[in-house]
Write a protein that binds this ligand. Structure first.
Ligand code: GRF
Length: 201
């Protein structure tokens, strides 16, 4: 097999950054023929920014504070991704909607969501809000969905889904803790699948 060059991944993240860490670790151990070339966050104090900085990966804080108009933020995100030669974008716990300029310039954008979409998706449904809705809804099953990003939150074509049973005494917290490592795994295998099916490099 030709030693094709690694695929450049740009990650958009707002929070702890454990999904970002899973991608960086997978690249490092050779599980992904890729490298993270930039991390963009709308939260300058996010764990994602700290994790990227610790790995000497370029970071950029782009948010409503740095760009008061969503259209300008969208252009800034697209420009930053382009400057770092990004080929695939991953939104991993990213709270902003990806704008039209970015989606046009980077057609391959992958998102991870901690539920079996279309259940428990859409604006405001992220992290613990999702697990709380699952428990309060009395669902016997939840899961993880990795999908392509489109104009609306959590509505793009599914790349992979993993159903996960809700246990009798689960709380949102125990559910989140059990799901997170499985989410990391599914995200990495989904990115690998997308790279394998994308145009040969
Ligand atoms: C993950 O379940 C992600 O889907 C959600 O927040 C959780 C933690 O994400 N948005 P991370 O640790 O910031 O990657």
């Amino acid at each position: 097999m030709s030693d094709a060059r690694p695929v450049n991944i740009g990650v958009l993240a707002s929070h702890t950054g454990t999904n970002l860490q899973a991608i960086m670790d997978a690249c490092k151990r050779g599980a992904l023929p890729a490298r993270v070339t930039v991390v963009i966050s709308n939260n300058s104090q996010s764990g994602a920014i700290a994790r990227a900085a610790a790995a000497d990966i370029p970071t950029c804080h782009l948010s409503g504070k740095t760009h008061h108009w969503d259209g300008a933020l969208d252009v800034a995100v697209a420009e930053t991704l382009a400057t770092h030669d990004v080929q695939i974008v991953v939104t991993a716990g990213y709270m902003k909607k990806v704008g039209p300029v970015t989606r046009k310039r980077f057609p391959v954008i992958i998102n991870t969501h901690p539920a079996l979409l279309p259940k428990h998706g859409g604006q405001g449904m992220y992290g613990m809000h999702v697990h709380r809705a699952v428990i309060e809804g009395g669902d016997s099953e939840t899961g993880i969905t990795v999908h392509y990003v489109t104009a609306e939150y959590d509505t793009g074509p599914t790349i992979a889904q993993l159903p996960i049973p809700v246990l009798a005494h689960d709380t949102p917290e125990t559910l989140a803790a059990r799901m997170l490592p499985l989410e990391h795994e599914l995200l990495v295998t989904s990115i690998s699948k997308v790279i394998d099916t994308a145009a040969p490099r």
